[in-house]
Design a protein around this ligand. Structure first.
Ligand code: UDP
Length: 464
């Protein structure tokens, strides 16, 4: 394609993630894939996240001049709590559409390659309406399991089946299935139901309804998933387009977009461990532990007598950071490596990893599955519970934990499940089988590969 001065033009796409770590990373992976196809990407973070991401944004191979990182305000004061979902959604809905519109108009006045498509995270549904208003292409991106999106798209059915009321409030705790082949879910596992009070549920449900409208208004609905993992959902919802798993290691570059600096020393430590020996423990970007549970986990890892790599993120515990049991560090010595943030995809690809003790966020789930690593599931909320169902009941590449009568996962349970998982070779065998299936979907001719190719062709044609 050429512009009026006969220069080669690039199709220019604007990509906007929701404000959480688990959304910024996969959308940057998608951006890498688009750049690899010769597209230009303007990647829009909120100002707060932009600062975090740029701190860890080393000169990454693979982005080059086709990538522009920009920021717009999120409508909140600097001191406000961005983990207050209702407040942040309200502020973003109010302020960001206008800011995004100004940004697109400004870029299109100055850049020969005009933005011709917006790819919006489902958590930023208003961006789809901005694209509609400006008459550019609009694409929605879903960064959790497609089964969770299918539940959102079935809200009317859930209401008529008595799973939720008209305000989105769960009416019972039983499981339900959207079809006999789909995973069992509970209303309490929806994104809008897991955040606390009834008032919060009702407020978040309203935002969810705006997301449903945006999904309907979008021309493509991309999912970071694959038929190999969620065939029942993709059969039932053929409008959802699996293009995953998006993984940095299979694309151009190192993973980018981290809010914290990755501690690379853990890779050297892993190099010194025997093959298939290490328990990797990580709970994503916003799980919080209380003191009792944190200490039980520490003691459980000690009890395994196995090497472990544990990510203790800043903010993992509400209390002071020195919550380890007395004498803990001396006792574990070099057998345990504790870091504040790991290069997770590289860790999971390391031959010394035996299993992944995970909160089962969808990105972590995809990353572990793609490396053939069996799971120990420790989910907290929302789709993490559904992902546990996938792992334990459907893919059968992992085990869950039982809580005691006080709701705690105790040290013996932790050490016992680690042993059970590692000693039963069937888990590893199934994990490796699943890896093969999943990875073949992103190889040439694989289903996700072909879907992505069709999507890119469509974007280029629309821009022509
Ligand atoms: N992650 C990382 N280093 C860590 C822990 C997590 O790079 O020490 C990355 C992980 O690879 C994944 C993301 O952070 O891409 C977390 O996303 P996920 O959906 O698993 O969980 P969330 O943070 O959304 O709960």
């Amino acid at each position: 394609m050429e512009n009026k001065d006969n220069k080669t033009r690039n199709t220019h796409v604007l990509v906007i993630p929701y404000i959480a770590q688990g959304h910024v990373i996969p959308l940057l992976e998608l951006a890498q894939c688009l750049i690899k196809q010769g597209m230009k990407v303007t990647f829009v973070n909120t100002e707060v996240n932009h600062k975090l991401v740029m701190k860890t944004w080393l000169e990454r191979d693979g982005f080059g001049s086709l990538m522009r990182m920009v920021a717009i305000p999120d409508g909140m004061e600097p001191f406000e709590d961005r983990n207050d979902f209702v407040r942040s959604c309200e502020a973003m809905h109010e302020v960001m559409p206008g800011k995004l519109e100004e940004l697109i108009e400004m870029v299109n006045e100055t850049d020969d390659d005009k933005i011709s498509c917006v790819i919006a995270d489902t958590g930023m549904p208003w961006a789809i309406h901005v694209a509609e208003k400006l008459r550019i292409q609009r694409v929605i991106f879903w960064s959790a399991p497609a089964a969770a999106l299918s539940a959102i798209l079935s809200i009317e059915k859930l209401i008529s089946d008595g799973v939720i009321d008209n305000d989105g409030v769960p009416l019972h705790e039983n499981t339900f299935q959207l079809s006999p082949t789909m995973p069992s879910m509970r209303a309490a596992e929806f994104g809008w139901t897991c955040m606390g009070s009834i008032a919060t549920i009702k407020a978040l449900f309203k935002f969810t309804l705006t997301a449903v409208e945006a999904v309907k208004a979008a021309q493509w609905r991309l999912c970071n998933s694959t038929i190999a993992l969620e065939s029942a959902t993709f059969n039932m919802f053929p409008n959802l387009m699996p293009i995953g798993p998006l993984l940095a290691s299979n694309r151009l570059a190192k993973q980018a977009g981290h809010f914290w600096t990755e501690d690379m020393t853990c890779l050297e430590w892993l190099d010194q461990q025997p093959a298939c020996s290490v328990v990797y423990v990580a709970f994503g970007s916003f799980t919080i532990f209380n003191e009792t549970q944190f200490q039980e986990l520490a003691l459980g890892l000690e009890l395994t007598n196995r090497p472990f790599l544990w990510v203790v993120r800043p903010g993992l515990t509400k209390e002071s950071c020195d919550m380890y049991p007395d004498g803990y560090m001396d006792r574990i010595g070099t057998r345990g490596k504790i870091v504040s943030w790991a290069p997770q995809q590289e860790v999971l690809a390391h031959p010394s990893i035996a299993c992944f003790l995970s909160h089962c966020g969808w990105n972590s789930t995809l990353e572990g599955v793609s490396r053939g690593v069996p799971f120990l599931c420790w989910p907290y909320f929302a789709d993490q519970l559904l992902n546990q169902t996938y792992i334990c009941d459907i893919w059968m590449n992992g085990l869950g934990f039982e809580k005691d009568e006080n709701g705690i996962i105790v040290r013996d349970e932790i050490a016992g499940k680690v042993e059970q998982l590692i000693n039963d070779r069937e888990f590893k065998t199934r994990a490796l089988d699943l890896k093969e299936k999943v990875m073949s979907s992103i190889k040439e001719d694989g289903s996700s590969y072909e879907n992505f190719k069709r999507f890119v062709e469509w974007m280029k044609k629309k821009d022509g």
